[in-house]
Design a protein around this ligand. Structure first.
Ligand code: 4NP
Length: 151
């Protein structure tokens, strides 16, 4: 079992989108039983909140189902095999946490041919670009695991 945790600032937009998109990809490839996938926040701003309505709307538009309640990163998530953050700010925040194995922390889109931050839709309201970045990152991450014989 490979434990994967997606991380962003609030855990109501990008990282829960990534969790549900990655679960959808795994499901379609019959790989769900090999993974334990979750998401969490670096901050406590939105703890207990469901997925932000515009993020949920974007997922629904692309036929991706599921729900998530925002939680802050804790020991359980820190012990994941892969901690996949959305942007450089998340990366710095996660690297400062006690007990983090720095070799397990990656920016999601660094697995792609075009390493970058996942676009932050919070101020731009552009959830479609975030969605596309996340699909690109999740697809490239899964390919990385296959190429490196981790699954
Ligand atoms: P997320 O988006 O980190 O993708 O979940 C945000 C959610 C909340 C805030 C910022 C970004 N906030 O400042 O409350």
């Amino acid at each position: 079992m490979i434990k994967v945790t997606f991380v962003c600032l609030g855990n109501i937009c990008r990282s829960p989108m990534a969790e549900l998109i990655f679960k959808d990809i795994l499901n379609k490839q019959g790989l769900s039983n090999k993974f334990d996938v979750t998401s969490c926040a670096t901050s406590s701003y939105e703890i207990g909140e469901p997925i932000y309505h515009l993020a949920k709307q974007t997922l629904t538009k692309h036929n991706i189902k599921g729900s998530h309640i925002a939680k802050r990163i804790s020991k359980q998530e820190i012990e994941s095999d892969f901690i996949l953050v959305m942007d450089s700010s998340n990366y710095r925040d996660v690297m400062k946490l006690n007990g983090v194995d720095k070799n397990k922390v990656f920016k999601l889109c660094d697995f792609t041919d075009n390493p970058r931050d996942v676009a932050d839709p919070w101020y731009t309201r552009d959830f479609e670009t975030a969605y596309n970045d996340i699909v690109d990152g999740c697809t490239a991450f899964l390919q990385y695991l296959k190429t490196n014989k981790k699954i």
